[in-house]
Structure formats: C-alpha cells, structure tokens
Ligand binder design. Structure first.
Ligand code: AMP
Length: 464
C-alpha cells in the first residue's frame, strides 16, 4: 500500500507510480491508484486499476490523465478472493459523505460475521474481498460519526485479523495498523508531502525521509493541518505479534520494519544456520533472491566462501503462485540456470529462505547435481512450515505442505539433498532483533482466536 498527501498541492501521481513500483514484490496480480484534489469537489476521486504489474496497468499514457494532491495505491497478492479485475484495489465507494477510497494489506479472520451484518441490511458486494467489507463498514459508520477517522476507529474495533489500511477521504489521508502490528506500515515526509507505505523502501523511492513506523493499533490522520494520532485501539490490544515471514521472505531487503533492518535479520538467520548445522563444503550459495543474504550470513559465520551458483532471469514472475505443479516446475527452470564452472566437483551449501511444497529446492538440487556438484547440503533460514496462515500469507493447505506430513530426514531424501537443516523456531526472535512475533505458520500459536465458520450459519456467506 502507498498513500501520499502533498500539502503544497503538488501532483502526487508520479510518486504513487514510483512507490508502487518499489512495492511490486509484495503483489504482482493487480494494482491501481486513486487520486483526488483536496481543493476540488468532495466526490472528485479518479481511479485506475486492473490485473497486471504496475508497469503494465499504470502505463505513462494512462496515468498522464490523472492528477491530484492526495492519493493512494495498491499492489495485490491475493489470499482472500480470486485474482480477478473486480478484486483489484484501491476500492472506491461513493456515498452520502462523498467518496472513500481504501487499500488493504492483510487478511481478516471474522469476515463472515462482518459480511452478514451488511447483507442483512441489503448490501450488495462487487468483489469477493474482505477489503470491501472493511470499506462498507467505514462508510456505514461514517453516516453516524462526526469524522471519517471516527468511523475508521469504530470499524477497526469490529474487524479482527491482520490489516494495514490506507484510507482516502476527500480531504484526509488515514493510515491504520492492526493492534498486533502483523503487517508493516510506515510514515515518511518529503518537503510538505506526507507519505504512507507498507515498507520503507517505497519512501526511499520517492525521496521521502523515513519518520517512523505506524504503531500497532494506531490510526494516523493527515489533514491540511498536519498529523493527528489516535491510539485507543493500541491500548486495548493484548500483545504485539509482527509477522516473522516479513523478515524471512516477504519484505524487500533494503527495508527497515519496526526498527529492524530486513537485510541484517536475514544475515543473522544465515549465521545461526552455520552454527546449528555446520558442514564441510567448498562453497556456500543462495537461491536468488530470497536465499542470498542468509547464504552470505552462513558464509561469514562458517568461513566457507560465498559464490553465485545461479543466473536468475529477472523478467520471469513469481514461480510460487503458478496454479499447477507442472507450471511451477517448468518456471523454476526458466527462472534459474546453474553456473556450471562454479559448481562442478564442488561440495555445496545451498541456502534458501523456506521450503513450502519442496518444488523449488528439489529442482535446484537436481540442476546442481546435473551440472557436476559433488554434494548439496541444504540449509533453510526458517523452520518447517506446518500450519496455515490466516493473516495474509499464501501458505497452501496442509496436504501440500511437505513438512506437515514428512520428517526432516524424509524431506532430505525426497528433495535429493545430502543433508538438510532448518532454522530452529526458538531462534526466530533473535533473527528479528528481539521483536515480539507471530510465527504461527511454524509453531501453530496464533496471536488471536481464529473463528471456525465451516459448520456455522455463515457457511454460505463465506462463499459469496
Ligand atoms: P516451494 O517451491 O513450494 O517449496 O516454495 C518455496 C519457495 O517459494 C522459496 O524459494 C520461497 O522463496 C518462496 N516462497 C515461500 N513462501 C512463499 C509465499 N507465501 N509466497 C510466495 N513465495 C513464497
């Protein structure tokens, strides 16, 4: 998510484009922007969104038609609702108070209940996302509230789960972070323009200075008069639980989240692997891109030289999200090829950030061995994936999670490795600089209760 309000009235559209481009790693399915002029009419929000990458959807000839001094943008990676154009964000609603635009990162766990409340009052949904449910609740609350931020607060008290929100009303930009701080969100400033972004790398891309993270449970409202912070939700919160997967895989290497540099966390992860699972080898390499920093950490701590063993074709999209196993396998080959002269006759430590189904690592080990590698010792800078994520990380169901049904020894054999070591769950906090974490995908301890709607009266609503 990205949001910007230039109090000097400058056009924010180019900044939204650059900000979203630097957040592209967070979602590649669809994207869009909504922009308005705070000096114009209250319903003057214009928006453009579609399936595709930022460079495809927000083409120069398209965005040139848009301008305004306040705007938000979004790149989508779906976990709730299909990957179709209707589900692209920002969502823009016209209602009695003007226009409301919303971008959401995360996943709610009580959507059926929230949807039921709206459906009973005649609501008709245009999307299948939980984000639309949030937007409708804000719009409904707004009718009985003095300000939009009050409506956002009332809504935030009802929604449960992981959410970062960037909301734009005709004259305000509002940033919200769930009380657990599951998803990252930060604030920056460039001259007289305030910027909100999912990650600090997006601030850098628009030359904005990082000011601070939005606090868990904080609602930050930006108006022409400056900033106003409400922390009522934070004081009601039980505990903080930052998503550990941001540090392992999701966030960009040059981002800093909640005071912890993602790069440093990944280096620490690699170092811990070297201590827990030492092995005699000739070189350490990482799976590009996400395994490279941990490989460097492993190399530093073990003294085994680091080498690039793969060439990565940067023009191929993510392989993980391809729908069939066949497609996932062939795209690993399209994306990565082995540098034979580097690996021939070598004993190799191969580091990656995670094993989910085992597709990527099995293919890479096979490719390394075909290219003449003598031994391949796999080190993974996260623990085995054992549990579903309800908060917005796409983890396949248990039957596809290789670690849910196989021991480490079995996985080692299945992927064709000479040895396999996973990061220990106890070390995750150390890796993430001592932050309180949500690591439920590894240990099954969810920071909040996950309602079960499968047999309840809500079953039909879950589908619609
Ligand atoms: P797999 O091939 O199914 O074992 O997936 C593991 C690979 O996918 C690793 O190289 C990770 O970098 C990447 N990965 C892991 N989790 C995710 C996720 N939730 N979304 C996208 N990519 C992921």
């Amino acid at each position: 998510m990205f949001g910007i309000y230039d109090l000097d009235g400058g056009n924010v559209v180019p900044s939204i484009y650059y900000g979203l481009t630097s957040l592209q790693h967070r979602g590649q399915e669809s994207c869009g922007l909504a922009v308005s002029d705070t000096r114009g009419e209250r319903g003057n929000v214009k928006f453009h969104k579609d399936l595709g990458l930022v460079s495809e959807v927000l083409r120069q000839d398209v965005v040139r038609k848009y301008s305004g001094d306040i705007g938000i943008g979004h790149v989508r990676y779906s976990t709730t609702g299909a990957s179709v154009a209707e589900n692209a964000q920002p969502l823009v609603l016209s209602y009695v108070k003007g226009t409301l635009a919303l971008a959401h990162n995360g996943n709610l766990v009580n959507t059926p209940e929230l949807k039921w409340e709206l459906i009973q009052n005649g609501a008709i949904f245009h999307t299948t996302t939980d984000s639309e449910v949030i937007a409708f609740h804000i719009a409904r609350e707004r009718v009985h509230s003095k300000t939009v931020e009050e409506a956002v607060l009332k809504t935030a008290k009802k929604i449960k789960g992981a959410y970062g929100l960037v909301v734009m009303s005709p004259r305000k930009l509002i940033a919200v972070r769930d009380p657990y701080g599951l998803k990252p969100l930060c604030l920056g400033k460039r001259g007289n323009a305030y910027v909100i972004a999912s990650e600090s790398c997006a601030l850098t891309s628009v030359s904005a200075e990082f000011i601070r993270d939005i606090e868990p449970g904080e609602i930050l409202t930006i108006t022409k008069d400056g900033l106003k912070s409400n922390k009522e939700l934070a004081s009601a919160a039980a505990k903080r639980a930052h998503c550990v997967f941001e540090y392992i895989y999701f966030a960009r290497l040059d981002s800093t989240i909640d005071g912890v540099k993602v790069y440093d966390a990944r280096i620490r992860g690699g170092k811990s692997l070297a201590k827990s699972y030492p092995v005699e080898a000739d070189l350490v390499t990482g799976v590009p891109e996400s395994g490279l920093p941990a490989a460097k950490g492993y190399s530093e701590a073990s003294g085994i030289p680091f080498a690039f063993a793969f060439y990565k074709n940067s023009y191929i999209g993510r392989t993980f999200i391809k729908p069939t196993q066949e497609e996932r396998e062939s795209s690993v080959h399209l994306k990565l090829s082995v540098l034979e002269s580097v690996v021939k006759d070598k004993r190799i430590v191969l580091v990656d950030d995670s094993i989910v189904r085992g597709t990527t690592i099995a293919n890479l080990i096979h490719m390394l061995k075909e290219a003449g590698a003598k031994e391949v010792h796999v080190r993974i800078s996260s623990p085995p994936f054992l549990h579903p994520c309800y908060f917005g990380t796409d983890v396949p169901s248990n039957d596809q999670l290789i670690a849910a049904s196989h021991s480490t020894e079995e996985i080692c054999k299945m992927i064709g490795a000479d040895s396999l070591g996973y990061m220990q769950t106890d070390y995750l906090e150390g890796m993430a600089g001592g932050l309180p974490l949500c690591k439920a995908c590894f240990d099954g301890n969810y920071p909040m209760e996950i309602p079960d709607y499968t047999n309840a009266e809500f079953a039909d609503i879950v589908k619609c």
